[in-house]
Write a protein that binds this ligand. Structure first.
Ligand code: HEC
Length: 472
């Protein structure tokens, strides 16, 4: 509303964020845990005077730097681009609240990059002590950036007091939100676990000697299991500190049920495989075993991240910014004065295209209904984009309204819009009754007819329920 609309066909813009951030997270956790792995293991190899292991670790470090610095950085910047374009109001609130947190994170990030390059390119040219120190500087800086970014993402799920008490609107309350500790524990555990799984896959392919593979397999088993325990403990605390609506969504949405099932089942499989494999039988580490372990780990992570992104509905930042880029405090005014009137870009659009609807410089809602049908459709589509497209594609695609409303009569569609938040995971209707009419006009053009071949009683759609009123 306060910003222009970024339209992503089929997928919807927020789903693009979900896709990029899931991919990013799969690498960024390795950037943290892998740094710790390299620091600890290079120290061990120096002490044990194990030249072969050092050679392997050098190869691993090259792979690590390439993947985390190039892919991690590109997807990280990708997240900035997509959140700025698709969730501008939420991004604005986050930047205003956390500007110093972000600035500090970039400092950590810079230290990380510098340390990673020195660690790799000065390998063998620095004294062992200095080389190791650089490895630890990397590991600490990487974990520091994890903690900082987690404070910010956790805030979006549950800002706690910050959202309800104006006197508590400061950086520290925002940062130490109720979700901060649970998510920091989960993500630290995730970094330990996921990086161990990548290490296993890499070692199973590139560590030629069986002795080396067994050594790596055995030495990384404990951190990996510790990571799995931390994820479980952090996950339970995460659940305990969820806002009510998020917990309800997790329980009631079929998609969330499925993802939660995938998350729990894959975590159990990873636990069992780690215990039976690397912990009890380090010799099991083959590319097939490590690949399968990695796939289950990635499935658990992907499902977990998807749930984390999806259960905030109807908010992007819980209680602070609604998913359709509206502040909850603005809803009353929007319902009285109109969405098109209050939105900077929508008002400019209407004023330029349909000056006949203005009275004293304001949009007169009654006059909107006098517009020719094709123009009502144009404005209906504008309303759809700004009000629904954050969560629904249009005719087809992700959760498309054309399919959700399939076969519903016009009257029912309009009523549904006016009481949108009957489903608590949708925002309230943020426009006038006239605007609801315009949106209904548009929706009826993308709304499909009922599927063919359905039983005659069902076929008459909405009407049948009126005829058989006693069945309600
Ligand atoms: C915050 C995200 C969000 C916004 C914004 C949103 N919806 Fe929804 N809507 C949902 C979710 C989630 C569902 C459940 C979808 C499912 O079960 O697949 C849903 C379900 C629906 C359904 C099917 C359920 C029913 O009651 O029939 C319709 C129709 C619908 N939305 C229409 C709309 C329209 C029209 C708008 C814009 C005025 C809108 N939604 C805005 C999230 C949203």
């Amino acid at each position: 509303m306060h910003y222009p609309w970024w339209y992503v066909p089929q997928l919807t813009a927020p789903m693009l964020i979900a896709v990029i951030s899931v991919v990013h997270v799969l690498v960024s956790h390795y950037a943290v845990g892998g740094g710790l792995f390299l620091a600890v293991e290079v120290g061990y190899a120096y002490r044990a005077r194990d030249r072969k292991y050092l050679d392997y670790l050098r190869g691993h470090a090259a792979f690590f730097v390439l993947l985390t610095v190039v892919f991690g950085a590109v997807t990280g910047v990708g997240i900035w681009w997509t959140i700025g374009l698709s969730s501008p109001l939420a991004t604005e609130v986050l930047i205003r609240t956390f500007v110093f947190g972000w600035a500090t994170e970039w400092v950590f990030f810079f230290v990380e990059l510098l340390a990673a390059f020195i660690f790799l390119y000065y390998w063998g040219r620095l004294s062992e002590k200095k080389h190791l120190a650089i490895g630890w500087i990397y590991a600490v800086a990487a974990w520091g950036s994890l903690v900082l970014i987690t404070g910010i993402t956790a805030f979006m799920l549950n800002p706690g007091r910050w959202a309800i008490d104006p006197a508590a609107r400061n950086f520290w309350v925002a940062f130490f939100n109720p979700q901060f500790v649970p998510q920091t524990v989960t993500r630290t555990g995730g970094a330990l676990l996921l990086s161990s799984l990548y290490v296993y896959l890499h070692a199973s392919i590139f560590a030629r000697e069986a002795r080396l593979r067994n050594l790596i397999s055995a030495r990384s088993a404990r951190p990996a299991l510790l990571g799995a325990v931390m994820i479980t403990a952090g996950g339970l605390a995460w659940y305990a500190f969820l806002p009510d609506s998020a917990r309800a969504t997790l329980a009631s949405s079929a998609v969330m049920n499925v993802f939660a099932g995938v998350l729990i089942a894959s975590t159990l499989v990873v636990f069992a495989m780690l215990y039976l494999g690397p912990y009890l039988n380090p010799g099991w580490l083959s590319p097939g075993f490590a690949g399968l372990l990695c796939l289950f780990g990635i499935a658990a992570f992907g499902a977990g991240e998807f749930i984390r992104e999806a259960i905030r509905k109807p908010f992007v930042i819980y209680n602070v910014v609604l998913s359709n880029q509206v502040l909850p405090d603005e809803v009353t005014e929007l319902r009285a004065g109109g969405y098109l009137q209050k939105g900077v870009w929508t008002r400019a659009f209407v004023a330029e295209r349909y000056p006949e609807t203005l009275a004293d410089g304001r949009i007169d809602n009654k006059k909107l209904l006098d517009l020719p049908y094709k123009d009502r459709l144009v404005l209906g589509e504008v309303l759809f984009l700004h009000h629904c497209n954050d969560c629904h594609a249009a005719k087809r695609g992700y959760s498309a309204v054309g399919l959700l409303f399939q076969g519903r009569p016009r009257e029912r569609v309009r009523e549904r819009i006016e009481r949108l938040d009957d489903n608590y995971f949708m925002p309230p209707w943020c426009g006038t009754l006239e605007e609801a009419e315009l949106l209904t006009d548009y929706l009826m053009t993308i709304n499909r007819s009922r599927p063919a071949g359905i039983h005659p009683w069902m076929k008459s759609g909405g009407e049948s329920r009126d005829e058989y009123g006693e069945m309600d």
